[in-house]
Design a protein around this ligand. Structure first.
Ligand code: SF4
Length: 368
């Protein structure tokens, strides 16, 4: 009889306990086995049950016969001149997602996806042109980090010295998809990622970015506790309706009201407003002044992002002078306003572009 093996990577302790129940004598043994597996999987990154030396040979055989330690598969990896690494990852059902690693001087940020494609069609975003295929599961959220830790040989570094700087120090949910349209699975995944006995990335090093799904915003602070970023990009409803059509459902006023009551909001845990700078659309000095007024009273910083053009887009990046004067107005109102340096420009870094190119290639190969 062929047994359908279950992948343990990305599962939480409760689910693992239920799965181990038929193979353990009592609750205490289950607890011990879960804690051993947890340590091997999430702190050592082990991919072979037979190397789990503190587990008896008999039980290792049970694990080998019933379970798997799989990750997502790297379908393609592009490395930019500036060190940015962009991965096209294959899910078990063949769908593709993107994950990007951005190394910096004193840290490294991993930008992960929350959905395959996206339901929202923000007009400046390439992923928005692709439609939604499906939500990612909690384990698929976790496996994006697992496979990257494998590829960056991070497990070895962690084993050698817990205090040394890790390659992946920060996580941002800014890849493909709207995380708050997949809240339950994102929460499941992040709970595992934040668990101090495992992957252990602090909630303060994780930023979830939303385009403004107002009813779920408070839950991020209450139930996950990570930092929040808003894909904001405009200072009037008229312009935001064009750039982020979700604004027609929850407009700027409604969104800002939700942010004012965000749990745990303080100067040390500010909200980040992402603002993509698009030539002659949202980049005037008047916009900058309006932005300052709108966010007044909300502990925040504003990330200015020069628009990254993609094939077929009719937008252009704002000029250098425009971006600078915009940043100056924000800065003189007392807000931090870093201008994001474009990273990985040489490797199709616009979100969703690699997946789309790969799909086109697959289709053309089928047509040969
Ligand atoms: S910006 Fe985010 S929410 Fe908007 S279409 Fe792109 S992936 Fe979706």
């Amino acid at each position: 009889m062929n047994i359908q093996k279950i992948n343990l990577v990305g599962l939480d302790k409760e689910t693992m306990s239920k799965l181990l129940q038929p193979f353990c004598e009592n609750g205490q043994v289950i607890k011990m086995r879960v804690s051993q597996l947890w340590d091997w999987i999430y702190t050592k990154g082990e991919t072979d049950f037979n190397k789990m030396t503190n587990i008896s040979k008999n039980f290792r055989n049970i694990l080998v016969n019933n379970f798997l330690l799989n990750r997502l598969k790297i379908r393609k990896k592009l490395i930019s001149e500036d060190g940015t690494k962009k991965y096209l990852l294959a899910l078990d059902d063949g769908n593709l997602i993107e994950t990007v690693f951005i190394p910096e001087k004193d840290r490294g940020t991993l930008c992960i996806s929350s959905q395959v494609g996206c339901t929202l069609n923000c007009s400046f975003c390439f992923t928005g042109t692709q439609g939604l295929v499906r939500n990612l599961s909690g384990p698929e959220i976790v496996q994006q980090i697992m496979i990257l830790r494998d590829d960056l040989q991070e497990w070895e570094k962690i084993r050698e010295s817990k205090n040394k700087r890790r390659s992946i120090s920060n996580i941002v949910l800014m890849g493909m998809g709207e995380p708050l349209y997949n809240f339950d699975e994102i929460k499941k995944g992040l709970m595992i990622i934040m668990d101090e006995t495992g992957i252990s990335i602090s909630r303060k090093k994780i930023t979830l970015s939303t385009s403004g799904v107002v009813p779920k915003i408070g839950l991020v602070g209450k139930e996950i506790g990570c930092l929040l970023a808003i894909s904001f990009h405009a200072t009037t409803d008229e312009v935001r309706n064009q750039l982020v059509p979700l604004n027609k459902k929850w407009n700027i006023d409604c969104l800002l009201n939700a942010l004012r009551s965000y749990p745990g909001l303080s100067n040390s845990e500010r909200i980040t407003f992402e603002y993509v700078m698009i030539d002659n659309v949202n980049d005037t000095e008047e916009d900058a002044r309006r932005l300052v007024k709108l966010i007044s009273g909300i502990p925040s910083k504003i990330n200015l992002i020069p628009f990254n053009p993609w094939p077929g887009s009719h937008y252009k990046t704002s000029g250098f002078d425009r971006i600078n004067s915009f940043a100056e107005i924000i800065k003189s109102a007392g807000y931090s306003s870093p201008v994001r340096t474009p990273r990985g420009k040489d490797i199709l870094a616009a979100c969703g572009q690699l997946r789309s190119d790969s799909k086109k290639i697959k289709k053309s190969q089928r047509n040969v």
